[in-house]
Design a protein around this ligand. Structure first.
Ligand SMILES: Nc1nc2c(ncn2[C@@H]2O[C@H](COP(=O)(O)OP(=O)(O)OP(=O)(O)O)[C@@H](O)[C@H]2O)c(=O)[nH]1
Length: 194
């Protein structure tokens, strides 16, 4: 089975739970006292997808404003970006929109965008509705899912959803854009599972 290395970055306000999502995905662990990220941190995890193995090279960026200028280093060359907001903080949803704008202007052309509304275990104090998130995601062609790193809800599904949106390599066509686009369309229309 072919292994593909896929760079993925996480972006979003400080405190929305980016590191916690990565920690849940890679180590199946949640730390209530996790420290804010300084600069960025890096982890990897490999999952199967169809006839391929996807090795995610995950760059978890720091959400604090003072680190904003470092972000291009992490989204450049990324196959996918996970943009995270906290469903209990409307402000974090506004910040998410700024990240999407920046990615559209300066990010890789075909980057897969996935929106994660984290802390869905706190849905009784939510400030962002799933309807708003879905409408926005649809308007930009992004995947959207509500997650809870704390309760292990939809974290695996988030990365599986990203995997499904990555066009498979076609060995006969040397991965040309045309072939990749065709294969991508057929995957999206069949919505197959990894
Ligand atoms: N209730 C709840 N709390 C969460 C969840 N995910 C993260 N947290 C908490 O939110 C706080 C911030 O989590 P982090 O993962 O450090 O957030 P971050 O986005 O990586 O923050 P920066 O590194 O500063 O960018 C921590 O206290 C976490 O324990 C979740 O799904 N539910």
């Amino acid at each position: 089975m072919a292994i593909r290395e896929l760079k993925v970055c996480l972006l979003g306000d400080t405190g929305v739970g980016k590191s916690s999502i990565v920690c849940r995905f890679v180590q199946d662990h949640f730390d209530h006292n996790i420290s804010p990220t300084i600069g960025a941190s890096f982890m990897t995890k490999t999952i199967p997808c169809g006839n391929e193995l996807h090795k995610f090279l995950i760059w978890d960026t720091a959400g604090q404003e003072r680190f904003h200028s470092l972000a291009p280093m992490y989204y450049r060359g990324s196959a996918a970006a996970v943009i995270v907001y906290d469903i209990t903080k409307q402000d974090s949803f506004h910040t998410l929109k700024k990240w999407v704008k920046e990615l559209k202007e300066h990010g890789p052309e075909n980057i897969v965008m996935a929106i994660a509304g984290n802390k869905c275990d706190l849905s009784d104090i939510r400030e962002v509705t799933i309807k708003d998130a879905r409408e926005y995601a649809e308007s930009i062609g992004a995947l959207v899912v509500e997650t809870s790193a704390k309760n292990a809800i939809n974290v695996e599904e988030l990365f599986q959803g990203i995997s499904r949106r990555i066009p498979p390599l076609d060995p006969h066509e040397n991965g040309t854009n045309g072939a990749m686009k065709l294969r991508r369309q057929s995957i999206q229309s069949t919505n197959r599972c990894c």
